[in-house]
Design a binder for this molecule. Structure first.
Ligand code: PMP
Length: 353
């Protein structure tokens, strides 16, 4: 730390991204990326745009925003495109939390929520999940706080139904409820349709998972136009050109290739079911995930030890140093071939203990 670092950030503990090692060709199942390449249209449009990088990108992201709005059946001014969904989540903390409206979220959820709260000097409450890692929606009724819920939740993979989310919205009419749908495309119903019924709802989604564009950094938020206006005030006060030209073009390309996304999601769901059933046969406890990852623990092997032994065998999964989930690993669902290699490696590890 330099002697110039502002006092307000001295205690800030930054988010720790999953490892991105360069040394070996790992089977990378640790950051919930897609194993499939970006759509060919996305690559083509981004490549064409590379020749125009001398110009600033469109700050309104008109073409891409309209495409997202059309896909979701909402209006142009009900969508805001951001640099990954991390950015819209940060904007939401900035826009909708303060001393009167602290934040609230589950104790086990996306690790960035607490970092964004700290970054913005916002007090926050963490509500414990039940023992089976489900959310008790009653805990969020009349919260008098800005609510952040990843749905499905991470790293557990477990989802609330749309009607459960609706109950939370109804029970908090004077607070914003942010529903983070980063993993919605792997077999869940979206809450986007509720934005016309509830003016306190912000839904966020990402192109990083189902659309194979984690490296492009593209996400968005959907809400009533006043909510989107507030978020635009934050955006134009921080970085009006938050989406670069190549990413914007790639986003348009992948949305013109929706079939490609749907086929890939189906394949991931199939591979998730395969992985879950193979892990269960080996004695694992696996949560009921509707995402592109599984969350699993085994009674006979310590979670961190399994993570390390898999790493030694060239397979990276994600282990969290949180006592409540220290026996678990979060394993991204990749191709069938990758998952077969994972299962083989786990079999040989279990045979050796
Ligand atoms: N929400 C959740 C629950 C996530 O797991 C992630 C991915 N790490 C994000 C949001 C952010 O994703 P991105 O910024 O790549 O859109």
């Amino acid at each position: 730390m330099s002697r110039f670092f502002s006092d307000k950030y001295k205690k800030l503990v930054p988010y720790t991204p999953g490892e991105q090692p360069k040394d070996t060709e790992y089977i990378k199942l640790n950051t919930n990326e897609s194993p499939f390449p970006p759509s060919e249209k996305a690559i083509k449009y981004a490549t064409e745009e590379a020749g125009r990088l001398n110009l600033y990108p469109d700050p309104e992201c008109r073409a891409l925003t309209q495409k997202i709005a059309d896909l979701l059946g909402v209006d142009f001014d009900e969508v805001l495109v951001t640099n990954g969904s991390d950015e819209i989540l940060n904007f939401a903390f900035m826009a909708f939390c303060d001393e009167k409206n602290p934040a609230v979220f589950p104790d086990l959820t996306y690790g960035f929520y607490s970092v964004f709260a700290q970054l913005n000097g916002i007090a926050y409450e963490e509500i414990p999940l039940r023992d089976d890692f489900t959310i008790n929606i009653n805990d969020y009724f009349g919260a008098k706080k800005t609510i952040f819920i990843a749905n499905p939740n991470a790293p557990t993979g477990i989802a609330l139904t749309v009607s459960e989310v609706e109950e939370i919205l109804k029970a908090n009419p004077d607070n914003v409820v942010v529903i983070d749908e980063a993993y919605v495309d792997f077999g869940n119903e979206s809450c986007v349709k509720l934005i016309h019924k509830y003016d306190n709802l912000l839904v966020t989604q990402t192109f990083s998972k189902s659309r194979s564009m984690a490296g492009a950094r593209l996400g968005f938020g959907v809400g009533c136009k006043e909510i989107i206006q507030d978020l635009n005030t934050i955006k134009y006060s921080t970085n009006p050109y938050n989406i670069n030209k190549m990413t914007m073009a790639a986003g348009v390309g992948v949305l013109e290739d929706e079939e490609y996304t749907l086929v890939n999601c189906k394949e991931i769901i199939k591979n998730r079911e395969f992985t879950t059933s193979e892990l269960e046969k080996l004695g694992f406890n696996v949560t009921d995930s509707t995402t592109n990852f599984v969350f699993a623990s085994h009674p006979d092997i310590d979670g961190e030890k399994l993570y390390q032994m898999l790493k030694e065998r060239g397979i990276l999964v994600r282990h969290f140093n949180n006592p409540r989930i220290s026996q678990y690993n979060r394993i991204t669902v990749g191709t069938r071939e990758q998952m077969e290699k994972l299962i083989d490696a786990i079999k040989s590890i279990l045979e050796g203990i």
